[in-house]
Design a protein around this ligand. Structure first.
Ligand SMILES: Nc1nc(=O)c2c([nH]1)NC[C@@H]1CN(c3ccc(C(=O)N[C@@H](CCC(=O)O)C(=O)O)cc3)CN21
Ligand SMILES: O=c1ccn([C@H]2C[C@H](O)[C@@H](COP(=O)(O)O)O2)c(=O)[nH]1
Length: 276
């Protein structure tokens, strides 16, 4: 059975059992009809996925991994913060009349910084280090730039990725301040796992572990019954991930550079309402 399912079920059960409701607080997020979107939240989930064993995708419902790749490609490859550069519609609610989500996500990844070796943005710097200084303990990205927060439509949630090569394994820690468990938990895990697989394949490493640290892991009130149902559902084996071995440059990966063989999942009959 898929390891990601086990982790997801354990996380959901933990939150439902030990989490705390914010019903007595004034909360920012709301539903499309204007009702406040309250949550049950738990502090400090730490999930460890060994990417050399299997691809961490859930089967309790379908994770739209190609759309998830498109979003992460928008941030890490296109370095755009305009929804006109994104094929899906998951960010439409947060964009202004020009399609911009402000100085968030992709914008931060595209800002260049000075180094002795020249000016580079955050992604280029990761690539430069993996190629030239893989033993470095300074390989990380960070989109949570306080200086620009006031100009972001939404503050970055999965905001930092630390890479570390040990032996020939490329490992990473994903730091996330806030996680909507139903909408985006596995979506985010799949995105950052694909980043590790892509970087590893392009620059000659074996995929190692992905550690996902979540400060505030929450289930929105209108999602509680849905996740309960999912957690009780049937689990399938994890599919096999294929990564195109010909791609030797991170920017050369597209959604077609990856294939999932044998992805089976439970039917899902709910419309997911996303709190705004
Ligand atoms: N409350 C909230 N939760 C989030 O997860 C979230 C935000 N807000 N705001 C910014 C982005 C937008 N995110 C989203 C929004 C919608 C889907 C979504 O509709 N997912 C569908 C499939 C979409 C597709 O096929 O492209 C799903 O079934 O998972 C996913 C991520 C993640 N982020
Ligand atoms: O990649 C993402 C982006 C967003 N989220 C969720 C986490 C929260 O439910 C909302 C953001 O609201 P805040 O009040 O700013 O925390 O979006 C996610 O899980 N993953």
């Amino acid at each position: 059975m898929s390891y990601a399912d086990k982790v997801f079920v354990q996380n959901i059960n933990d939150i439902l059992e030990h989490g705390v409701s914010d019903r007595d607080l004034d909360v920012r997020p709301h539903w499309a009809d204007g009702t406040p979107a309250h949550t049950i939240a738990l502090f400090g989930l730490v999930n460890r996925y060994d990417l050399s064993r299997e691809f961490p995708i859930i089967t309790l419902r379908r994770t739209y991994w190609k759309s998830a790749w498109d979003e992460i490609s928008w941030i890490w490859q296109k370095k755009s913060s305009n929804i006109h550069d994104l094929s899906g519609h998951v960010w439409d609610e947060w964009a202004d009349e020009n399609g911009s989500i402000g100085k968030a996500y992709g914008y931060q990844m595209g800002v260049k910084h000075h180094y002795p070796e020249g000016d580079m943005d955050q992604v280029d710097r990761v690539i430069w280090c993996l190629k030239n200084d893989p033993g470095s303990r300074r390989i990380l990205t960070n989109m949570y730039n306080h200086h620009d927060l006031s100009e972001m439509a939404l503050y970055p949630c999965a905001y930092s990725m630390t890479f570390t090569v040990i032996g020939n394994r490329l490992n990473a820690v994903l730091n996330q301040r806030s996680q909507d468990m139903l909408t985006a938990n596995n979506w985010n895990v799949v995105q950052y796992a694909l980043i590790v697989y892509a970087m590893a394949s392009a620059y000659g490493f074996e995929p190692g572990e992905l550690i996902h640290v979540i400060a505030n892991a929450h289930i929105y009130d209108r999602h509680v019954e849905i996740v309960r149902e999912m957690a009780a559902g049937r689990q399938h084996e994890a599919p096999e991930l294929w990564v195109d071995p010909e791609v030797k440059d991170f920017y050369g990966f597209s959604r077609d550079s990856f294939r999932l063989d044998g992805y089976e999942y439970e039917e899902f009959h709910h419309e997911i309402e996303v709190a705004i």
